[in-house]
Design a protein around this ligand. Structure first.
Ligand code: 8YV
Length: 329
């Protein structure tokens, strides 16, 4: 008998097809987001699950899923998992690192440039039919080239963003839980600084750090007050890293020049004040959304499930296991 899995959201049909070679697959064709109680009901008889960042896997869900051996997240971030509870129950947790580094770094640049050079704001104005003449001070923005880029969170995506900055002749500073080794720092042409110094000195600040209780509101009113009034802020990481209400106030009062946001507190809801301030570029959590990368993420999540449930060369050892202490339990 094939193991049973739930694919908790709609994903590429060919990846579902691949999974059906190994598993009895329950899909979510309506693509409804399952709150924990609903997820728990669907996992009652399952050996594995493929989730996205929208599904919370917590102790309640785990308690209702006695057969569950693995949950494979189709995301590099896994703050939707209660990892301690999963480890305590012996449930393998996996994510999809690396496949999205370069695509997400590309998008970080797209968002930074659109924000600093006011692309969407000026396009809205043009579409409204308000362009009647050229003017010397129309949509003046901030330069990217030669500016100081501050990266908070210097993991693999942060490093990929830093490497791209060389093409713009930027000065790159970064802040991270731990300092990179000298070889990586040299490859990224980036200098380690404290958070305060980064906020005070950067012309453009990009956030690429994982969300946890410790990183909640890494940027709030106090941090925004430290930034230059001409600075831009880009959040590519997770909602909750920025205090969105404080940011909306800072943007409205021009305490910083502009922001670019791909992630939000409570998404898909967006703080109403962010929807009315003009100097913010808003995108719906699409940093990893190139066709090739999203397919790569889905396939890597499938690889993790297939290996975790005992198939293939990595049987029993999924390639992106987050809690190896569960092995052999
Ligand atoms: C995902 C992401 O698209 O990988 C992550 O952590 O934030 C995005 O790439 C999203 O989380 C869907 O699971």
């Amino acid at each position: 008998m094939k193991p049973k899995i739930l694919v908790a959201r709609a994903i590429f049909p060919d990846v579902i097809e691949r999974l059906t070679r190994y598993f009895e697959v329950e899909t979510n064709d309506a693509d409804v987001i399952m709150p924990p109680a609903q997820l728990a009901a669907h996992l009652a008889d399952k050996d594995g699950a493929l989730t996205t960042a929208s599904e919370r896997v917590d102790a309640t869900v785990l308690a209702a899923a006695p057969k569950l051996r693995v949950v494979a997240n189709m995301a590099v971030g896994y703050n939707n998992f209660d990892l301690d509870a999963m480890t305590a129950k012996g449930v393998m947790a996996t994510n999809t690192p690396d496949v999205l580094n370069e695509t997400t770094a590309d998008f970080g640049w797209a968002l930074l440039m659109a924000t600093a050079r006011r692309i969407t704001e000026s396009e809205r104005w043009l579409r409204e039919g308000r362009w009647d003449k050229w003017a010397y001070d129309m949509f003046l923005g901030a330069d990217i080239h030669g500016a100081t880029l501050g990266i908070i969170g210097m993991g693999r995506i942060g490093q990929a963003i830093a490497r791209r900055a060389a093409g713009f002749n930027m000065h790159v500073v970064y802040h991270n839980r731990s300092r990179l080794d000298a070889t990586l720092e040299a490859a990224c042409k980036a200098s380690y600084v404290g958070k305060d110094e980064l906020l005070r000195s950067a012309d453009h600040v990009i956030l690429v750090l994982p969300y946890s209780a410790a990183t909640h509101h890494t940027i709030g009113a106090a941090e925004l007050a430290q930034m230059k009034p001409t600075a831009t802020l880009v959040n590519l990481a997770r909602g909750g890293i920025v205090d969105d209400a404080a940011l909306a106030r800072a943007l409205a009062e021009k305490r910083i020049a502009a922001a670019g946001l791909d992630v939000f507190e409570g998404e898909p809801n967006v703080h109403p004040d962010l929807l009315t301030v003009p100097n913010v570029v808003l995108t719906p959590h699409i940093a990893s959304a190139s066709a090739a990368t999203r397919r790569g993420m889905a396939n890597l999540a499938a690889d993790n499930l297939i290996a975790a449930l005992g198939f293939g060369a990595d049987a029993g050892r999924p390639p992106c296991l987050l809690n190896p202490s569960v092995l052999g339990k």
